[in-house]
Write a protein that binds this ligand. Structure first.
Ligand SMILES: [Zn+2]
Length: 684
């Protein structure tokens, strides 16, 4: 691992922060914290922590000795001074005399001694930092260090690799007890330059930021070199099928299998992030990958991301794809049963009241293909994949020099169910459509874009399909929530298929279709040329059918139901003069919606339509509004609000109707009218 310290960068950071009133100690603390945080082999997504002991002044001008320590929820890679809240040292040091201190009291003590009460909670490892005398203290979960401590006889190995330069601390759950023991280990030999925490990670310290950082990189390199020099030959590889299925073939099956069934056809769905590389495949093709996965996580705080460890499933045979869904489901069932047993056994050991988290895996290893991270959002799914890559790094090293033997599940349990760990995830409250993927055709138009925005605001990830890829990307950006834009001519079945493939590649599947794209052609029906009518049927009927077929194909693989929503327009029930080319295929699409409701209701797939009218959009442009209202001798405003309510109907109103139909779990074969009231178009 490269030492990234650079004098010029360090000086610049000190100079830049001094203009903002941040002292030099804290500026350098920010500098090396970011250096450590930018390296995934050291820390990942909120893991690890750093501190420095300095002075701070409170609001009445009193100056205090303080510990600036990483705040919970901050990512080291992007830390700012406010991510290192200052806690008064006096109170922290006094706590060492206590014989016990509960986690809740520890948090209360730390919070009540903050210089700025608006700060985030100081790290759960704050006391450990405070009890060490050094000005700068760094802590990481280095994968190379984990390769050495995740062994049965780790104490002897630590001694062999690091000699007397690092102290050895046996595994204790982070908090008050660990802080006390770590301080005692240091005091027994104050010449050490750091501490190894068994099954957990490494601390280094120093008089200045550079010394603590240099020592961290140095000892990580010592560990890396030991692993490289002492590696034994690799384990045997598993036999793979002659013809492997593709990741996209199995993604919807897997995504459906890991969805949490809430009963009566309801599911909490997950997003799947597929990731592969030569390094991933080389490792997961091991003949003993399932056994290694079952041993657990490489460092305990990974459990809030991937629970008790990854799930490994067999490589999929392209010629036996029909049977593979059952294979996946049986593996997921076993994982969930094992997780439940783990919870029940360990929960019974004390009187603490806990609710079991969902028992589904968050990381699936598929030999021959790669791995899938699962999470309720794309962000969480990607974090699970990141964690998976680092789990592989640590386990590969551990297996090279011995046998991967991480923290036992019994010791992991109190940490996974620790209120302070769960608090790190507490901000992720689900929204009504969290975990769901919506694909919207005509997604960059007025109605499509408004629908994408509303669905994304309700937690869905939107796949915005539009003829114009640039506009699709723009609408995706406006919708937010990691939505994506896809350019496609949806009257071409291959391009429609590619759009759905993209949804599967990015999110793992599709749950909601908003089949919205349309265009209008005019002319009296008796004089209309066939080519125009057929062209309209291609877009206003066949593209709806092709979108629905693709959606249903994926939904059946997932087996978690789904919703098809069609924009059928008022023309489907109330034809306008010279508008046959538009209205006739729309009428067919209205019945298409009912046919899907009928044929797939038993699979939990609902199908509904929205009849919208007179919406300002690409179909009804400002120029058309001017000409139509002029022809009728009314003002534009009167024309647009010419309905029973006397109000203009907007794209947002149509989006609300689609959202309602997506959320109404017992509504199918429904037609919702969004036209401000038009009695001639009312359904009967
Ligand atoms: Zn730690």
């Amino acid at each position: 691992m490269k030492n990234l310290w650079n004098d010029a960068d360090a000086e610049k950071m000190v100079a830049d922060y001094s203009k903002k009133g941040v002292d030099g100690d804290l500026a350098l603390r920010v500098y090396t914290t970011r250096l450590l945080g930018g390296e995934p082999r050291l820390v990942l997504h909120g893991g690890g922590n750093t501190s420095c002991k300095t002075r701070a002044t409170d609001l009445v001008g009193d100056e205090w000795d303080v510990l600036c320590v990483k705040g919970s929820g901050w990512d080291m890679a992007v830390i700012e001074p406010q991510g290192l809240p200052a806690v008064k040292m006096g109170a922290l040091l006094k706590a060492r005399a206590l014989t016990e201190l509960s986690d809740e009291d520890m948090v209360a003590l730390q919070r009540s001694n903050l210089i700025d009460p608006a700060s985030p909670n100081p790290s759960v490892e704050t006391l450990l930092h405070a009890f060490l005398p050094h000005k700068f203290v760094d802590h990481t979960h280095s994968t190379a260090i984990l390769a050495i401590v995740d062994q049965e006889d780790s104490k002897a190995l630590v001694k062999r690799v690091f000699g007397d330069r690092l102290g050895y601390v046996p595994y204790i759950k982070p908090g008050f007890d660990l802080a006390k023991v770590a301080a005692e280990v240091f005091e027994a030999d104050p010449s050490v330059e750091g501490l190894i925490l068994d099954k957990h990670g490494i601390f280094t310290f120093g008089d200045d930021a550079r010394q603590a950082y240099d020592r961290m990189i140095h000892y990580v390199n010592v560990a890396e070199e030991y692993v490289a020099k002492n590696g034994k030959p690799k384990a045997a590889k598993a036999a793979l099928p002659a013809k492997l299925a593709k990741a996209s073939d199995i993604a919807p099956m897997l995504r459906g299998a890991v969805a949490v069934a809430r009963g009566e056809g309801r599911f909490d769905r997950m997003i799947s992030d597929f990731r592969t590389s030569d390094a991933i495949i080389d490792f997961i093709n091991s003949a003993k990958i399932a056994e290694l996965a079952g041993r657990g996580v490489s460092t305990p705080d990974l459990s809030i991301r991937i629970k008790t460890g990854p799930m490994a499933i067999p490589a999929p045979d392209a010629d036996k794809l029909g049977d593979y869904k059952a294979v996946i489901r049986s593996h997921v069932e076993t994982f969930a049963k094992d997780y439940q047993a783990y919870f029940e056994t360990n929960d019974a050991l004390d009187d603490v009241k806990r609710a079991m988290l969902d028992p589904m895996p968050r990381l699936t290893l598929v030999p021959g293909l790669g791995m899938f991270g699962h999470g309720r959002t794309l962000k969480d799914a990607k974090i699970a994949s990141d964690v998976g890559e680092m789990w592989i790094e640590a386990v590969r090293g551990a297996e090279a020099i011995g046998n991967f033997q991480p923290l036992s599940k019994a010791d992991l349990f109190p940490l996974e169910y620790w209120s302070l760990e769960q608090a790190k995830l507490a901000s992720n409250k689900p929204k009504p459509l969290t975990g769901q993927v919506v694909l919207i055709t005509g997604g960059a138009g007025a109605i499509g874009a408004a629908t994408a925005k509303l669905f994304a605001a309700n937690g869905a990830h939107a796949v915005i399909v539009d003829l114009d890829p640039a506009k699709a990307a723009e609408a995706a950006k406006a919708a937010g929530n990691n939505s994506i834009g896809v350019g496609a001519d949806i009257t071409d079945p291959a391009e429609m298929r590619a759009a759905f493939d993209k949804a599967v590649a990015v999110y793992g599947g599709v749950d909601i279709l908003v089949s919205n794209a349309g265009a209008a052609w005019e002319g009296r029906i008796g004089e209309l040329d066939d080519a125009t009518l057929r062209k309209s049927f291609e877009l206003n009927f066949f593209a709806h059918q092709s979108a629905a077929q693709n959606a249903v194909r994926i939904m059946l693989e997932q087996d978690t139901g789904g919703v098809l929503l069609f924009n059928t327009s008022k023309q489907a029930v109330n034809p306008g003069p010279k508008f046959g080319a538009y209205g006739i295929p729309k009428a067919a699409t209205l019945f298409l919606s009912r046919q899907y409701a009928l044929d797939y209701g038993a699979h939990g797939i609902r199908s509904n339509a929205v009849n919208a009218d007179r919406i300002r959009s690409g179909l009804l442009t400002d120029a058309m509004i001017a000409s139509r209202s002029g022809a009728r001798g009314v003002s534009e405003k009167e024309y647009m609000s010419g309905n029973l309510l006397g109000q203009e109907v907007t794209a947002d109103d149509v989006a609300q109707a689609f959202l309602h139909q997506a959320l109404a779990e017992r509504t199918t074969a429904d037609v919702t009218t969004v036209d401000g009231g038009n009695i001639a178009a009312a359904l009967r």
